[in-house]
Design a protein. Structure first.
Length: 104
């Protein structure tokens, strides 16, 4: 995402001032003063979504590949599939291991 525009008066590149979230709302005319020529111009914001596709063999008959999350305290540890993001609790035995190590 580019947070810059060229001033329509002097053509110098301007960084959009997003203080307090200003300038992110779509279909609104936003004002900004050019730091080079001092003139005020308006700009609009457009949001573009990009998508990426990834294989998830576990959703097509394969097995989930669960990995423990790395959190502290360990009692909040979950198992998350590295392919599809499915979550489940770790086993009671694993929780007991955390308790024995003083990581609970």
């Amino acid at each position: 995402m580019s947070d810059t525009v060229n001033c329509p008066y002097c053509e110098e590149e301007q960084t959009i001032n997003h203080d307090d979230g200003y300038g992110y709302e779509e279909d609104v005319l936003h004002e900004q003063e050019c730091v080079d020529c001092g003139k005020t111009f308006i700009f609009t914001t457009s949001i573009i979504y990009c998508y990426g596709a990834h294989k998830a063999d576990c959703l097509n008959g394969g097995k989930h590949e669960y990995q423990e999350t790395n959190v502290h305290p360990r009692r909040f540890t979950k198992l998350v599939c590295t392919m599809c993001g499915d979550e489940k609790d770790v086993s009671q035995e694993r929780m007991e291991e955390f308790k024995k190590k003083g990581e609970y």
